[in-house]
Design a protein around this ligand. Structure first.
Ligand SMILES: C[S@@+](CC[C@H](N)C(=O)[O-])C[C@H]1O[C@@H](n2cnc3c(N)ncnc32)[C@H](O)[C@@H]1O
Length: 182
């Protein structure tokens, strides 16, 4: 049976997202894949402690099967709302309840921190990155979850971006790799 905490980031990763959001110098924060709100809350708390940037949580909350077999769906939206209310993070988390390709063509806000934790297939993570790439500021940070598995899309994306020379590897904490745009 799928343990619901398996879909969420762990303590060290929470601290990492908090720091990245707190120390952000330019642009807003976009998270792709919010599930029940744990990582969104970490980003929001960090932002409230420093950068004061809003967190846009891009998450359709539709039926979805993860690469590790986890089942996600509309009930997670209720848990997300509860988490936002219980933590007070509704103050700077803005739920965007559709996929990136729906929202990015009309997007106008520069993005300083992009956290990708949605569809971890190569096609999925590449699609999400390409959607947001035109909106990233110079020096933007890209955090990718699940980069510990060489067979999954996030690791391949991180490796390809670093090989291209356009991005540099900054930090690795748990399953998350952070890149900085050169
Ligand atoms: C591993 S969970 C995210 C966990 C969350 N970041 C946390 O740590 O609390 C993956 C989520 O990605 C979502 N997802 C799937 N396809 C997506 C897409 N195209 N855009 C955004 N989110 C997507 C799923 O609905 C699921 O809630």
């Amino acid at each position: 049976m799928f343990d619901r905490t398996e879909g969420m980031i762990r303590l060290g990763e929470v601290a990492l997202l908090f720091e990245l959001a707190r120390d952000l110098e330019d642009g807003c924060i976009v998270e792709v894949g919010s599930y029940r709100g744990r990582s969104a809350a970490a980003l929001a708390c960090g932002a409230l402690a420093g950068s004061r940037q809003p967190v846009f949580a891009v998450e359709p909350h539709e039926e979805f099967r993860g690469v590790h077999g986890g089942k996600f769906g509309p009930e997670d939206r209720a848990a997300f709302y509860r988490a936002m209310l219980e933590t007070g993070c509704y103050r700077n988390v803005r739920l965007v309840n559709v996929s990136s390709e729906v929202v990015t063509p009309g997007w106008s806000r520069p993005v300083g921190l992009l956290f990708l934790d949605g569809d971890h297939t190569w096609e999925g993570v590449r699609r999400d990155f390409r959607c947001w790439e035109p909106h990233l500021v110079a020096g933007a940070r890209l955090a990718l979850d699940d980069t510990d598995d060489p067979d999954l899309g996030p690791r391949r994306l991180a490796d390809e971006l670093v090989s291209s020379g356009a991005w540099a590897r900054l930090r690795e904490v748990g399953k998350i790799t952070v890149l900085a745009r050169s």
